[in-house]
Design a protein around this ligand. Structure first.
Ligand SMILES: *[C@@H]1O[C@H](CO)[C@@H](O)[C@H](O)[C@H]1NC(C)=O
Ligand SMILES: *[C@@H]1O[C@H](CO)[C@@H](O)[C@H](O)[C@H]1NC(C)=O
Ligand SMILES: [Cu+2]
Length: 379
């Protein structure tokens, strides 16, 4: 827990930027007070760098890690359009390690796939709640509720990375089983968009909607255009249930911190829990705070669907760290609770989603090719 002392809440550190809109235009927008959203605790990139260890990780993913020669030796890289494996894992719980599902970086995902992905999320929002999740008014919000309710158990402790890997799987299962999504999944390499998230086509009306900056008086903007335009959220902010708009308030000085070097410095840690703390309070936290508003609020942040692209990025960093040593898929360390002394986490620790999808264990998600899961990333 060496980062516990260094962590700090981000307080209005950033001044009005070039993204500030003229007041006349602001008047036409629906604005929202950012104070209710708070922020994720962070560590500085300088601290992560000063504590970095000699790097041993090979920062790529791909067939070389699947163990054994196969058709993947083909010189032609697989593309999302050619991708045939569409399920999260085979129905019988096995995984062909040489032919897993591939998660494609957003830039390697076709316009048609991007649209289908966004429409799949919209489909979950248009489906009714199953009624078992307080405050939820859609199937998508059932998912948001799980994160809101479990927040104290799944953050700032060892289970953070395995649980959020499981949570992305829960989301993927809902997309495939309840909305018929049958394509490869995307991920978002945020390090390429560092400092300029708002320029990504992710944040256009075609896909996730715009990413406006904070207004001159520090307010967020309701997203009123695009697939998710006019969306009302009923879970959050925090542990509450107050209807509010899907809002964003990008701070590119914070997204600029989500850099390849920060990820590398965190992934240089040989101890799982040191790496986890660095990623959680580092690139993960800055991505949330950088997008701002709903995304910056720990409990109900999945209310902004871009949460899942962000956590696909966080999961990518985790798998890259694991690829450096096979033992990193069979062991874990750190605390499973906040007691002092704490109870160490074990591979048998149960991951659950308040019944939204079946329980599993840390052991079953540590290897993304282990059978419960069956995917790698395209790089
Ligand atoms: C990482 O792995 C890739 C793919 O096998 C290889 O081409 C590259 O040279 C490796 N990089 C390092 C630094 O070992
Ligand atoms: C899932 O795990 C939770 C937490 O350990 C437990 O309370 C619940 O009973 C489990 N559900 C099932 C169906 O085993
Ligand atoms: Cu979370």
């Amino acid at each position: 827990m060496r980062f516990a002392l260094a962590s700090q809440a981000l307080v209005g550190a950033v001044a009005v930027s070039a993204l500030t809109l003229p007041r006349s235009l602001e008047k036409r927008l629906r604005l929202i007070d950012l104070a209710q959203f708070g922020s994720f605790p962070t560590i500085s990139p300088e601290l992560a760098h000063s504590e970095a260890e000699p790097v041993t990780t090979n920062f790529s993913d791909g067939p070389q890690f699947t163990g054994g020669a196969s058709s993947t030796n083909s010189k032609t890289p697989v593309t999302a359009a050619e991708e045939k494996v569409t399920t999260a894992a085979a129905a019988d719980g096995t995984c062909d390690r040489d032919n897993p599902g591939v998660r494609f970086e957003w830039r390697h995902y076709s316009a048609d796939d991007k649209k289908a992905f966004v429409n799949g999320i919209k489909c979950l929002m248009d489906k009714p709640s199953d009624g078992n999740f307080q405050g939820s008014q859609s199937r998508y919000e059932d998912l948001v509720s799980v994160h809101q309710q479990l927040t104290p158990d799944i953050h700032q402790r060892a289970v953070f990375l395995p649980w959020h890997r499981y949570y992305v799987w829960v989301f993927e299962s809902l997309m495939r089983e309840e909305c018929g999504f049958d394509r490869a999944f995307p991920w978002w390499d945020e390090t390429i968009d560092s400092g300029k998230f708002a320029e990504s086509d992710i944040f256009t009306d075609e896909y996730f909607g715009p990413l406006p900056g904070k207004t001159s008086d520090g307010q967020g903007t309701c997203i009123d255009t695009g697939t998710f335009g006019g969306l009302t959220l009923h879970i959050g902010p925090g542990s509450g249930f107050t209807s509010h708009c899907l809002a964003r308030a990008v701070d590119e000085s914070l997204t600029g911190t989500v850099s390849a070097s920060f990820v590398t410095d965190c992934n240089s840690r040989t101890s799982y829990d040191d790496m986890r703390g660095c990623q959680e309070l580092g690139p993960h936290a800055y991505g949330h705070n950088g997008v701002g508003a709903v995304m910056a609020e720990v409990q109900a942040s999945p209310g902004d669907p871009v949460f899942f692209l962000h956590h696909l990025f966080v999961d990518h960093s985790f798998r890259i760290w694991q690829n450096a040593d096979a033992a990193r898929t069979t062991t874990i360390n750190g605390c499973s609770d906040a007691a002092n002394p704490c109870t160490p986490i074990t591979m048998d620790y149960v991951l659950h989603s308040n019944g939204l999808r079946p329980n599993t264990t840390v052991a079953s998600v540590m290897d993304t090719l282990g059978g419960f899961l069956c995917y790698r990333y395209d790089y």
